[in-house]
Design a protein around this ligand. Sequence first.
Ligand code: MRB
Length: 261
Amino acid sequence: MRADTLDPFTVVSADGALLRGFRRPGPGPTAVLVHGVAMDTGVWLESGFLGELAGMEVLALDLRGRGGSERVGSARRHAVEHCVADVRAVLDAFPRERYSLFGLYFGGRIALLTAAADARVARAVSFCAHAEEVALPEEAVEAEAAAIEGPGGRAYLRDHFTAAGAPRWMTDACERADLPELAAATRGLRYGSGQAVPPCRPGQELVLVTADQDPGLADFRAGERRLGARLHLVGAPSRIRAAHRLAEAAGQLAGVPEEAG
Ligand SMILES: COC(=O)C[C@@H](NC(=O)[C@@H](NC(=O)[C@@H](/N=C1/NCC(=O)N2CC[C@@H](C)[C@H]2C(=O)N[C@@H](CCSC)C(=O)N[C@H]1C(C)(C)C)C(C)(C)C)[C@@H](C)c1ccccc1)c1nccs1
């Protein structure tokens, strides 16, 4: 028996891309959920994230090229500025006083960039993606895109994530991916995804979440200093293994008072 009522919605992004998602009604503050590169809104249900946000209104979108949203086809139309525009189209479609954004992996960077661009965002929580500049290794990312669109694309993703100890919901998301579009999204990372998140607005709360044993912990610490972000660590040996603990972390961070008894 599904405990949640999920109402599908459709919004149009600034460049005309048709985006789909779902709203889970709730009495409390509004959460907007932003998934990662090789994911879609299904991860919020399968990871247990949604249940941890009981009491909040939840708006979850499929970013362009993912889930039920429009296939935009080109790497340029997957530039990070278009992903930010996708999130802002959801805010425009559901006018609220304030929003809390929760982003998974690359969705976390999109959430942080959206906060920097949009004062309506009161809080942005990035799970396993930091806010610092990243020099994307062109060749490695191109090789990854080629692997994804190649004949063994499905196996590349499944095997790599499985070997890295990813949870079932992350590998299952890869099974649903439109591989040519995922390759375009991967190539699209070269258009701005490495940029550092600019300082956000006064009053905005930023939270960075990662594994306490993440080898890249220094980049998350830099976000504490540079952006005044809060750092929340989960016990895990890596960012990917932290995925098993992110729903639990979300519950702790959502900070929505338990329903009155
Ligand atoms: C350390 O990396 C991990 O801890 C895995 C982790 N990644 C990341 O946190 C971030 N990324 C990366 O660090 C690197 N980026 C990659 N390629 C870009 C990239 O990410 N993808 C493109 C395809 C899509 C599947 C996605 C991806 O997941 N691929 C994985 C490997 C797949 S299987 C383990 C993947 O990292 N590959 C790397 C290669 C260089 C190996 C190709 C650089 C170049 C940015 C440093 C990611 C959030 C991001 C951050 C900022 C800008 C862009 C992207 C995960 N993210 C999702 C789930 S786990």
